[in-house]
Design a binder for this molecule. Structure first.
Ligand SMILES: CC(C)(COP(=O)(O)OP(=O)(O)OC[C@H]1O[C@@H](n2cnc3c(N)ncnc32)[C@H](O)[C@@H]1OP(=O)(O)O)[C@@H](O)C(=O)NCCC(=O)NCCS
Length: 221
């Protein structure tokens, strides 16, 4: 685990912020558990970060110098869904390959699928036939139940629960501790607030929170 393909071994983590540290920890834990994937360091454009280290991994260069670093694939560790999507598409267009980071303490059903570039943290659970898209973050102890679909670049936050046969749209955020009841749909780029319970379909491009979750027309994602 920890790699998007058997021939991928050297992975550069794009961005060295909080999600970058999470991904470094996932890859280091996977390596200790026997993965052949090796995180070689970070690239990050933040002034002053080059030459520093995060969890013992060096920030090697700005993103524009990625081509000078020996590597097989990248993983884009940006917490913001739209920014992660845009950066990933830009890097793919420049010829990069995507790695996938799966913590050895995540539990993924063999019949589930995980898209390239996704980051699955410790304690996450994905049950049979769930389909996780590309560049998705499944954070600590998030769960996605059977036959659900999580769209590209969505984020299921720590402790959030997606029931069975749900459809979570691309770039949606299911915030910390929220629950999406089985068979519900959450539209693309929608934010479901922390602790919310979704018991009705929620359209694209809205913010909803509360129990039951209600759309807040005065807020935009
Ligand atoms: C839904 C959310 C995005 C709304 O943010 P916001 O628009 O900035 O809202 P505000 O903080 O200005 O709060 C506005 C009001 O809504 C309430 N509110 C906000 N989020 C709420 C929530 N999740 N549940 C219940 N009430 C909430 C606030 O208490 C406040 O009420 P008040 O006007 O009576 O004081 C945010 O609260 C949230 O849930 N963020 C989660 C982020 C997260 O988990 N990210 C993942 C990181 S791993």
């Amino acid at each position: 685990m920890g790699s998007g393909g058997s021939d991928i071994t050297r992975i550069v983590i794009v961005c060295a912020g909080g999600q970058g540290a999470v991904v470094a920890d996932i890859l280091q834990s996977a390596r200790e558990a026997g993965s052949d994937a090796v995180p070689v360091g970070f690239v990050d454009d933040t002034p002053g970060l080059a030459g520093t280290a995060v969890l013992g991994l060096n920030v090697l260069a700005p993103i524009s110098e990625l081509g000078d670093i020996d590597h097989d694939a990248v993983i884009v560790a940006l917490g913001d869904n739209q920014a992660r999507s845009e950066m990933t598409e830009r890097l793919l267009a420049s010829g990069e390959r995507l790695a996938t980071a799966i913590h050895p303490c995540a539990c993924i059903a063999p019949s589930a699928s995980i898209g390239e570039g996704s980051m699955i943290s410790a304690g996450a659970i994905v049950t049979p036939r769930a389909a996780i898209g590309r560049g998705v973050i499944l954070n600590t102890s998030a769960s996605v139940d059977h036959d659900s679909i999580v769209g590209d670049f969505a984020h299921v936050s720590a402790g959030a629960t997606v029931g069975a046969r749900c459809h979570i749209g691309a770039e949606a955020l299911i915030a910390i501790g929220a629950t999406v009841a089985s068979m519900m749909t959450v539209g693309a780029r929608t934010i479901i607030g922390s602790g919310a319970v979704v018991v009705a379909h929620i359209p694209a491009g809205v913010v909803a929170f509360g129990v039951p979750a209600r759309i807040r027309p005065d807020r935009k994602p």
